[in-house]
Write a protein that binds this ligand. Sequence first.
Ligand code: C2O
Length: 346
Amino acid sequence: KRGLKAVGPNMTTCHPSYGRTDLLVNCCPPGFQSPVPFVDFQFPDPQSPLRIRRPTHAIDADFLAKYNKALTIMKSLPHDDPRSFSRQANLHCLFCTGAYDQQNYNAPVSIHRTWLFFPWHRMMIYFHERIIGSLIGDETFALPYWAWDIPEGMVMPDMYTNKSSSFFHTQRDASHLPPNTADLNYVSDTNISREDQLDINLSFMYNQMVSGARKTELFMGCKYKAGTEGYCDGPGTIELAPHNALHTWVGSSLNPGREDMGKFYSAARDPIFYAHHSNIDRLWEVWREFNKHQLDITDPDWLESFFFFYDENLRLVRVKVSDVLDIIKLGYSYEQVHRPWLNKRP
Ligand code: C2O
């Protein structure tokens, strides 16, 4: 593997990091500063049922009750259990604020604004989904996705606004609760009518998915390689918006960084994060399918980049980007929704 410049964390170097420029945070796992045994990723049993991720606006009461129960259990696990909700949330903090150094290099690992954005988040919610399912003994459990790219989903999903559920979260912008229409390219509040906003959103989706994403790097983000010289800053179309824009839109205007969703160190503390990222993950598949996989990255530095996650059996797993490129092999898929933005060519 001479000359390989794949990125991966050195798990023995966790250190406090900056959640905002003015805020030092420590998201490191408790008592986790020495080499830990890990196993290499293996695909789930192909005989096990496919987990079908469905849009939040189309799930039923039974599913909600099941997910609510599982999330309640997850939130009650102690912080030293890597399956606990607080540790799951901290995973995002660790990798997005540079809490780990790269293996063999004196440079931090980062997973935003580069080509690691889609695969890292796919890994994170893959393990999260399986942990949730295992907490209620349901191997069909699938995360719902927040389909903000279609009109039915251009609002904060109702399930997250029910105060008596485990999906509720206080640190959100109160003026963006339903029926406020989401602005997929949100910067600040406007007075645009719902009808116009929907139209603007659909044209914007066309741009981010199609006309503005005809080259690999435009959609996937820049080529981030190992080492101090390897860093780049070039988010893909969807990462920049709606992804970043909706993080900001959901987070509370009363907090300096619009926490929780508005800053990466705190974003995954809000249960809506996981539905937001299911949709990001789905749109990656949609883009690949449109392009008949011809724009897929083949650079070994990307394919061999790797991360570590705890699985539902509390094993630390090393997983490479090349492990997460076939969602059927990963045991899940997406229920399709219509794609009205496809006809929104300006
Ligand atoms: Cu790591 Cu939605 O961000």
